[in-house]
Write a protein of this length. Structure first.
Ligand code: SAM
Length: 267
C-alpha cells in the first residue's frame, strides 16, 4: 500500500462522501450518519436507487468476467469504492488465478478497509493506491509497480466519472491513464445519466450538491465523447439494461438504471 500523505487520508465524518452514500445504498456498513441521511434523501427521490446500485455492481462483474475470459489479466480499477464482495479481483481471479489488480480510490474510508482488497489468490497480486483520478501520473507510477504496461491492462472506471466535473477534463484523464498502456488495453466504464428521467436526476444532483458532492450527469453524446477513439465492443455505449450478459451470469434487475455502460479497446 502506498503512503499517501497528501491530505486525502483524514476522515471527515461531518461531510457526506460519494463512496459512503453508495455503501449505504448498497446495504453496506461503512458509512456515517451524514452519509446515511444523504442516501435516505436519494432513496426518497429515486426509490430504485438501491436496485440501480446493485445493477451497476453487476455490470462491473459482467464486464470484468468478460474481459478476463478474453485473456486480459491486468486491471487498474479507479474509484474502487468501499470493499463489497465480490470485489473485482475475486471476479477476475476466479477466471484467471494469476491476474493482477491495482485498486485506486481517494476516500480515506476505502484506505481503511483496503486490506480486504489485498486478499487475492496466491498466484495473482493485488495492490491499493490512495489517489485521486485527477492525479493520473501518481496512479500510473503506483500501478507500474504491479502491472506490466507492455501487456494489455484494463482500466476500470465504474460509476466514477460522474463525480468529475468538466473543469477536471475527464476525457484528458482517461487519455492520460490509457496513453502508456499497450495496444489491446481496454476501458470498462459506467456513468450516470439524466437522459432517461431528467427531472428525477436533477433532484439527485441537487441532493449531492447540498451535501457538498459534485455530481455531473452526462448525456449519451457527452459520454460518447469521453470514449471516442476506442473500439467499442458490441453493443457500444448503451443503457446498462441493454448490456448483454452470458447465460452463466447471475440474473439482475437492471430495468431503468440511469447509467450508460461500455467496454472499449485501445488500438
Ligand atoms: C459510486 S462509487 C463506485 C464504486 C465502485 N466503482 C462500484 O461501481 O461499485 C464511486 C467511487 O469513486 C470514488 N471517487 C469519487 N471521486 C473520485 C476521485 N476524484 N478520485 C478517486 N476516486 C474517486 C469514491 O470515493 C467512490 O468510492
Amino acid at each position: 500500500m502506498t503512503d499517501p500523505g497528501d491530505g486525502i487520508t483524514t476522515i471527515d465524518t461531518a461531510k457526506a462522501h460519494s463512496a459512503r452514500i453508495y455503501d449505504y445504498i448498497l446495504g453496506g456498513k461503512d458509512h456515517y450518519p451524514v452519509d446515511a441521511a444523504a442516501a435516505e434523501q436519494v432513496l426518497k427521490v429515486l426509490p430504485g436507487a438501491r436496485q440501480a446500485a446493485h445493477a451497476n455492481r453487476g455490470f462491473m462483474r459482467r464486464a470484468a468476467r468478460l474481459l478476463a475470459r478474453r485473456g486480459l489479466r491486468q486491471f487498474l480499477d479507479v474509484g474502487t469504492g468501499i470493499p463489497t464482495r465480490p470485489n473485482l479481483h475475486q471476479v477476475v481471479q476466479e477466471v484467471v488465478p494469476d491476474a493482477r489488480i491495482t485498486y485506486v480510490d481517494h476516500d480515506p474510508v476505502v484506505l481503511r478497509h483496503a486490506e480486504a482488497l489485498l486478499r487475492g489468490t496466491p498466484a495473482g497480486r493485488t495492490e491499493y493506491i490512495q489517489a485521486d483520478v485527477r492525479e493520473p501520473e501518481k496512479i500510473l507510477a503506483g500501478a507500474r509497480e504491479v502491472l506490466d504496461f507492455d501487456e494489455p491492462v484494463v482500466v476500470s472506471t465504474i460509476a466514477l466519472l460522474h463525480f468529475v466535473g468538466d473543469d477536471a477534463d475527464p476525457r484528458g484523464l482517461l487519455e492520460a491513464l490509457l496513453e502508456p498502456l499497450a495496444p489491446g488495453s481496454a476501458l470498462m466504464l459506467s456513468h450516470g445519466t439524466a437522459d432517461f428521467d431528467p427531472a428525477t436526476m436533477a433532484g439527485i444532483v441537487e441532493i449531492y450538491r447540498a451535501n457538498g458532492v459534485l455530481l455531473r450527469m452526462r448525456s449519451h453524446a457527452e459520454i460518447g465523447e469521453l470514449v471516442a477513439g476506442l473500439d467499442l465492443l458490441e453493443p457500444g455505449l448503451v443503457a446498462l439494461e441493454e448490456w448483454p450478459h452470458e447465460p452463466e451470469d447471475e440474473a439482475l434487475d437492471t430495468a431503468g438504471t440511469p447509467v450508460y455502460t461500455c467496454v472499449g479497446f485501445k488500438r
